[in-house]
Design a protein around this ligand. Structure first.
Ligand code: C5P
Length: 229
């Protein structure tokens, strides 16, 4: 049994504006709904837990989507706190060694073939796996005043996407341990790496973009409109 955990408790401060970015619309639906549709329409995903801000007035109150259960819980101050809260809200019959897939609500353009390959890689490796892509641009180190100090080698560098897939109990231990140490993990893999594990990199589609800026939203609109029949 594989469940998805969807952190959607952010206030979207970096994007600006009134509406948290998971509720911005693209191709006629909120980004959160696109993300849940992508996850729950996949045959390998059995249900989803969504972390929400306390008193979220925009949550539509779904309890099922695509015939699968949707649970909601209250998120936390940081994204990692929201993911940990979602882990605690999982049904008891999701065993400690079952996979969970953590996916940002602000990533609306997830394709089924990426989910399939991620689940296969994570199932085959005890340390889990994440979708990611190699860095393709040349990387510059800045001096803080708009000048270039150095050109950094990019050969071994990857950009981390979501979903990220781990066994339920490994992820719980990793996030709880990081939280206790006062370390803010910006993705699940970072917390798992701290335990000495080496999650696998699964090369994913580069159009699995996270909406952070208005330009990202414009791009998401184009990508999603193209997919809609
Ligand atoms: O802000 P960022 O792009 O890192 O947010 C990624 C995802 O994490 C978003 O879907 C956002 O709603 C969620 N989040 C959360 N709880 C927080 C902060 C962010 O669930 N405290």
């Amino acid at each position: 049994m594989t469940w998805a955990l969807v952190p959607a408790a952010g206030s979207g401060r970096r994007f600006g504006g009134e509406v948290p970015k998971q509720y911005l619309h693209a191709a006629g639906k909120p980004l959160l709904e696109h993300a849940l549709d992508a996850l729950l329409s996949h045959p390998g995903v059995d249900g989803a837990v969504v972390s929400l801000a306390a008193g979220d007035p925009r949550w539509p109150g779904w309890t099922t989507l695509h015939g699968k259960p949707v649970l909601a819980c209250i998120g936390g101050v940081e994204r990692a706190d929201s993911v940990l809260a979602a882990l605690h809200a999982l049904p008891a019959d999701v065993a400690a060694d079952e996979l969970v897939l953590v996916h940002d609500a602000a990533r609306p353009n997830l394709h089924a073939d990426d989910i399939t390959r991620l689940i296969a890689a994570a199932a085959a490796h005890p340390d889990g796996a994440i979708l990611a892509a190699p860095v393709r641009d040349t990387l510059k180190r800045a001096d803080g005043e708009g000048g270039i100090v150095a050109t950094e080698p990019r050969e071994a560098l990857w950009r981390a996407f979501t979903p990220q897939a781990f066994r339920r109990d490994l992820l719980r231990r990793a996030l709880a341990d990081a939280q206790a140490a006062g370390i803010v993990a910006t993705d699940e893999a970072m917390a798992v790496e701290r335990l000495g594990c080496r999650p696998r990199l699964v090369e994913g589609r580069e159009d699995n973009l996270k909406v952070t800026t208005p330009a990202d939203l414009a791009l998401a609109e184009i990508l999603l409109a193209r997919r809609t029949p």
